[in-house]
Design a protein around this ligand. Sequence first.
Ligand code: HEC
Length: 131
Amino acid sequence: MTTRLLPIVFAAALASSALGCNKSEGSAGTATSAVKIDSAAAKEMFNTRCSPCHGTSGRGDGPASAALTPKPRNYTDAAWQKSVTDEQIRKTIVLGGAAVGKSPIMPGSPDLDAKPEVVEGLLQIVRGFGN
Ligand code: HEC
């Protein structure tokens, strides 16, 4: 009797944890709308990791950009802003330019795969330069 009950108890536990999961927004790392945004961490990361190439004003004119071909993306370019999806920008940030058919000079940040809240913040910063 007890052995026949076990699978039922297990299934019930699974079902209830799945339900709990649905309720807690943001626990699913890749769900776009539910992801939290860590703007402060993203800003710090942009200043240390991205601005040397993309520039503090997002124009692709950071100090390291002089030696680069192609030049880092100028985020203030309205035509470019329209041409890319949020998903492509996220992918570029985490996996690098080569992953989206762009230059491999644009480095990925694989460590951010585990920090969707920072990726989301960086996406906002990149989009913000377009406004
Ligand atoms: C070593 C210099 C360098 C660094 C550091 C760098 N980038 Fe880039 N980035 C580039 C270059 C060069 C391109 C242009 C690639 C192309 O157009 O082929 C680019 C392109 C991009 C694009 C546009 C991709 C597209 O689809 O057009 C985004 C978005 C971007 N970078 C975001 C970032 C973010 C966010 C960071 C910091 C986490 C960062 N980059 C760090 C050099 C850099």
